[in-house]
Design a protein around this ligand. Sequence first.
Ligand SMILES: [Fe+2]
Ligand SMILES: [Fe+2]
Length: 401
Amino acid sequence: MRIVGYIYSYRVKNPDWEVETRLQKEKIRDYCAQNSLGLLKLYEEPITSRPDNKPALKKLLNDARLKSFSALVIVDSDRFGKNEPFQNNILKWLSQNNIKLIIINETSATGAKNTTESAKVQRIKQKVKDIPSLPEVVTKVVKLVQDPNSSASQLGKVISHDPGLTAKVLKLVNSAYYGFPKQVSSIQHAIMILGFATIRGLVLSSSVVKIFTPKSTGLISLDYKKFWKHSLLSAIAAKVAGEYTGRQVEDDIFSAAIMHDIGKIILEQYDHENYIKALRQAPDPLDYKRVLNSEKQNCEVTHGEIGSIVAKSWNLPQSITDVILHHHAPLISADYKNLTSMVYLGNILSHFAIKEVALDISFIDMSVLNYLGIDGDTLLQIYSELLEKSDNMEGMNEFFE
Ligand SMILES: [Fe+2]
Ligand SMILES: [Fe+2]
């Protein structure tokens, strides 16, 4: 059965849009996993969708006509809208095209599970409710980078309104890491060299550094300096790994990789005591199964789950929120397997590079390597290139201070 899912939540009626859509997603994925069905694709309505304008549904109906799938799974029968004639039309269209419709009903046999889930949702909402929005300069940068018609001079203008940020970007582009023979003195030139998407990653992370300062510096705590070093090196590693695959490396890779663990900062800030307990129980970030279990046990959510919810609330693109959510199990990602797999690898390589030890391949999931088409020799090549790059990173760490 070639199965796809459809997700819709109307923002105006549902102020907790992020949580609502994430739950629908989880339910569909759980259903497919429990029934050993490989989910081909998730058609997800963007936040801007309205009852009278649902672009994802339009695409889905068109794909149904093209026979791109044979079954569709949704959560609740009114997912297509409350308007009955409209609902009936869709049902008719699906049956005309021989598409089997599977409805996961929240109020049926899974009632008990849903009670637990709504309690969980309440707690997640509680945790993320006070998270500050991003500074105006950052939201403008995010918007401009997503706009295919924006120019380097527009982006430069926005960044230069923030002198601190401008100085940081210029310092970075002139650091040994990039090794340009001539001094780069204009922000516009820096944008051309680094690229829009890399600039966005740097602007995002440097602003998150400013917003969140460490809660404690006890023996067991999240070391923010190490955290950002790991994030930056993961971004560099993901890019290097991506280039070795011979596939197209998406522009979003740098931002996605630098933000992949943002949920750890959120947990450290907003669920401090529980998160410290989780860290104590699972101090080695490479033992990620233990890390995720202890986060779930102590904080109810993993850093990936909460990080993706916050990233959505900051209006970061879906590619980035997906990477944040799935970076420890990249093949689960429905739409961004490639990108998420590269970041998965970048994350592990970065941990080894920071420790400056030989790479132990047994820490890497072979199915991800196979998916990326990377063999053992190539992996070692990628790692040695990363070690070389990390030697030149010294000046870059100042970016996060
Ligand atoms: Fe992580
Ligand atoms: Fe990480």
